[in-house]
Design a protein around this ligand. Structure first.
Ligand SMILES: Nc1nc2c(ncn2[C@@H]2O[C@H](COP(=O)(O)OP(=O)(O)OP(=O)(O)O)[C@@H](O)[C@H]2O)c(=O)[nH]1
Ligand SMILES: [Mg+2]
Length: 510
C-alpha cells in the first residue's frame, strides 16, 4: 500500500477534473415515452367483450374489475410521474455533479466520515460547502455536520467536495420522520452510488440493505465501508496507564472485510440484485486518522488510502450511472409503476378471468342438462290439461301452439337458472311440428290422445334439444370472445413488458 497519500491526491485531483461526458439521451427518452404511449393506447383500445354475458355474473364482475383496474392505472401513472418532478428539480441542482449517498444505521459514523473527507479536501485547498435540505430547498451552511450520539442527524444534509463531488449524509436509519423519509427518498433517487457504512463493532448487518433495495435494483454501485475500525489499547507511560485509540490490525480488518463481503453478496443475491454492483469493503477509522494528524502514513494505516482507491475504482460506474440519470429516472418510473402494475395488477386479473372462463366453459354441458331438465319438468306436467282443453274440438293446431307457449314460459326461467352467467334471449317458439296424421282419435264415445301426447313429447324433446344446443353454443361463443380478447390483451401486455426490458438493456449498454 502506498503511504504517501497518493490515492488521496489522485482522488481529489480526479474529482476536480470529472467532467461528466454527456450522452445524448433524447432518442432513449423518446423511446421510453413512446412505450408508455403504446401501453396506454393498447389498454384503452381493448375493452373486454361482455356481449352475451349476464352483467351481474361473477364472470362479468371480474371483467369489469379488470377494466376498472386499467382505469385506475391510467389515472395513477401520470400522477406518479408528476410526483417525481420535484425530485428531478432537486436533482437538477446537482445535475453535473456526482452524488454519493452515505448510508447506514444511526451512529455508523456517517457524519464523521463526511466531515473528515471535507477536512481533507479543504486541507488541499479545495472548495468545500455544507448544506441542509429544508422543506425541499437547499440551504447552505458553514457548519460541519453534527457528530455524536446525542446529535443524531435528523435531516438530509450534504457536503460539496471540490466542484464535482457531493456526499449526501442521510439521516440514520429508523431516525427518519415521514416527511424526512420522503425527502430522503427524493434525494436518494438522484444518487449515483452508495457508500454503505457499517460499524466495525458489529459489521455487516445486511438487513440494512433492504432499505437500499430500490437503489440497488437501479444498478447503483455499492461500496461497503467498515467504520470505527479501531480499539482502545492501554499503554503505560511514565508509570501511568493511558488509553490510546489504535487501528484494528490488518488481519482483523481483512477478516471483517471478507465477512462483510460474503454476507453482502449473499444478501444481494437473495434480493435479486446484480452482485457485480458490490465492491470490496474497506475499513477506516476517522478517529485514529484525525488523532494522528492525517499524515500520509496515518491516513494509509487508518484505511483511507484503500478508501480513496476504492472510490477511484467505482468512479467509472458511478459516472456512468450519472450520465444515464435523466433516462434512468424515466425508466425507473416506467418499470416501478407501469410495468409493475402490468405485472402485479393487470395480468394477474386477466389470469383470474381466464380461469373463470375455463370453469364456465367446462360447466356448459352440465348447464345444458340442467336446462333441459328444468324445461321438461316445467312443460310436460302441463300437457294433459292442454290436450284435455282441446279434446272436444280435437284442435291439434291449438295444442301445438299451446305447447309452444308452455315452452316459452319455461325457457326464460330455466335459461336464467341453468345458464346463470349468460344473457339468453329466446324468440317466441313457433307451434310444435307433428307428423301428419297425428291427432286425437275416437275410441268409442271417448277421445284418445295417447298418440298425440307421445308425439307432442317427442316433438318437445327435439325442439328442446335444438334450443339447448343453441343456448350452449351462445354461451360458448360469449366465453370464447371473452377468452380470446383476454389472451390477446395478456399477450400484448407481456410483449410490452419485454419491450421495456429491451429498452432497459439498451440503456444499460448505451
Ligand atoms: N471509535 C470511533 N468512533 C467514531 C468514529 N467515527 C465516528 N465515531 C463516533 O461514532 C458516533 C456516531 O458518529 P456519527 O458520525 O455522528 O454517526 P452517524 O452515522 O452520523 O449517526 P446518525 O447521524 O445518528 O445516524 C460518534 O460518537 C462518533 O464520535 C471512529 O472512527 N472511531
Ligand atoms: Mg449523522
Amino acid at each position: 500500500m502506498r503511504v504517501d497519500g497518493g490515492h488521496e491526491q489522485r482522488f481529489i485531483a480526479e474529482s476536480r477534473g470529472v467532467e461528466p461526458r454527456r450522452l445524448d439521451l433524447t432518442p432513449m427518452i423518446g423511446s421510453l415515452h413512446d412505450w408508455q404511449a403504446r401501453v396506454n393506447r393498447d389498454l384503452l383500445a381493448n375493452d373486454l367483450p361482455l356481449e352475451g354475458i349476464e352483467l351481474g355474473s361473477e364472470l362479468a364482475q371480474q371483467a369489469l374489475e379488470f377494466q376498472e383496474a386499467v382505469r385506475q392505472c391510467l389515472l395513477a401513472w401520470p400522477r406518479q410521474w408528476t410526483q417525481l418532478v420535484p425530485a428531478q428539480q432537486l436533482a437538477d441542482a446537482f445535475d453535473d455533479k456526482v452524488l454519493m449517498l452515505v448510508f447506514g444505521k444511526f451512529n455508523a459514523g456517517k457524519s464523521s466520515l463526511c466531515n473528515f473527507l471535507a477536512e481533507r479536501f479543504a486541507a488541499r485547498g479545495e472548495p468545500v460547502g455544507y448544506f441542509r435540505v429544508e422543506g425541499g430547498r437547499i440551504v447552505d451552511s458553514d457548519q460541519p455536520f453534527q457528530e455524536g450520539v446525542t446529535e443524531t442527524t435528523a435531516n438530509l444534509q450534504g457536503v460539496r467536495l471540490g466542484n464535482e463531488l457531493i456526499l449526501l449524509d442521510t439521516p440514520g436509519l429508523h431516525s427518519v420522520t415521514a416527511d424526512n423519509a420522503e425527502l430522503t427518498r427524493r434525494f436518494t433517487d438522484s444518487a449515483d452510488g452508495v457508500l454503505w457504512l457499517t460499524s466495525s463493532s458489529s459489521p455487516g448487518q445486511v438487513q440494512e440493505l433492504d432499505e437500499l433495495a430500490r437503489e440497488l435494483h437501479r444498478g447503483k454501485p455499492l461500496l461497503p465501508v467498515i467504520t470505527r475500525s479501531d480499539f482502545y489499547d492501554e499503554d503505560e507511560i511514565d508509570g501511568e496507564i493511558v488509553k490510546r485509540l489504535c487501528n484494528k490490525t490488518p488481519e482483523n480488518r481483512a477478516l471483517q472485510e471478507a465477512d462483510v463481503r460474503a454476507r453482502a453478496q449473499e444478501k444481494l443475491r437473495s434480493m435479486g440484485v446484480d452482485v457485480a454492483l458490490l465492491n470490496a469493503p474497506v475499513s477506516v477509522s476517522v478517529h485514529v486518522a484525525r488523532h494522528e494528524g492525517g499524515s500520509g502514513a496515518a491516513m494509509a494505516a487508518a484505511g483511507f488510502e484503500a478508501l480513496y482507491a476504492a472510490l477511484l475504482a467505482i468512479a467509472g460506474p458511478v459516472l456512468r450511472y450519472g450520465q444515464l440519470k435523466p433516462a434512468a429516472v424515466l425508466l425507473h418510473h416506467l418499470d416501478e409503476h407501469v410495468a409493475a402494475d402490468l405485472r402485479e395488477q393487470l395480468r394477474p386479473r386477466l389470469s383470474v378471468l381466464q380461469r373463470a372462463v375455463e370453469q364456465a366453459e367446462q360447466a356448459l354441458p352440465r348447464r345444458r342438462d340442467m336446462f333441459m331438465a328444468l324445461v321438461w319438468r316445467s312443460v310436460v306436467p302441463g300437457l294433459p290439461a292442454l290436450l284435455e282443453r282441446h279434446a272436444a274440438a280435437r284442435d291439434v293446431a291449438a295444442v301445438r301452439a299451446g305447447a309452444a307457449r308452455l315452452l316459452d314460459e319455461a325457457l326464460a326461467r330455466a335459461g336464467r337458472e341453468a345458464f346463470v352467467d349468460f344473457e339468453l334471449v329466446f324468440p317466441p317458439s313457433p307451434p310444435l311440428q307433428l307428423e301428419a296424421g297425428v291427432g286425437y282419435h275416437a275410441l268409442g264415445d271417448l277421445v284418445d290422445d295417447t298418440g298425440l301426447h307421445a308425439a307432442l313429447q317427442q316433438a318437445l324433446r327435439e325442439r328442446l334439444d335444438t334450443l339447448a344446443d343453441g343456448a350452449q353454443a351462445h354461451g360458448r361463443r360469449a366465453l370464447d370472445r371473452l377468452s380470446q380478447e383476454a389472451s390477446r390483451l395478456d399477450a400484448i401486455l407481456a410483449c410490452h413488458a419485454q419491450e421495456l426490458c429491451a429498452l432497459a438493456s439498451s440503456l444499460a449498454h448505451a
